[in-house]
Design a protein around this ligand. Structure first.
Ligand code: ZN
Length: 123
């Protein structure tokens, strides 16, 4: 399953970042998922819940940000949202367009709660 391998890669990435940062308990992992990435959010969530306890506490939450697909027109430079897979500039229908957002699965942030918080440091 596509989502399982993505989740596995994500968890390994988070584990590495947290380890390099000195460890701690991961409480939330925020991921940006583009509409074009082919990821089914419900399957991604299910795979996450199934696999997260292998590396982290099962208390660790997944936050999914679904972002729209954005493209830029090479002819006029206009940026616009792709709706219903219409890869066409609204201003010049013959222009070539390039997707600039929406085809990725990206790690945005990790929340870590330390077991030994340092006193006097505002979080
Ligand atoms: Zn255009």
């Amino acid at each position: 399953m596509h989502e399982r391998s993505l989740v596995q890669r994500l968890l390994q990435q988070v584990q590495q970042i947290v380890a390099e940062d000195g460890g701690g308990q991961v409480t939330e992992i925020r991921v940006q998922v583009g509409d074009l990435s082919g990821v089914e959010p419900l399957l991604f969530q299910a795979a996450f819940e199934e696999m997260v306890s292998d590396l982290f506490s099962s208390e660790c939450q997944l936050a999914l940000d679904i972002v729209p697909v954005m493209a830029v027109c090479h002819a006029c430079g206009q940026q616009f949202e792709i709706v219903d897979f219409q890869f066409q500039c609204p201003a010049c229908p013959t222009g070539a367009v390039q997707v600039i957002q929406g085809d990725e699965v990206k790690l945005i942030s990790i929340n870590v709660s330390s077991d030994n918080p340092v006193e006097g440091v505002a979080s």
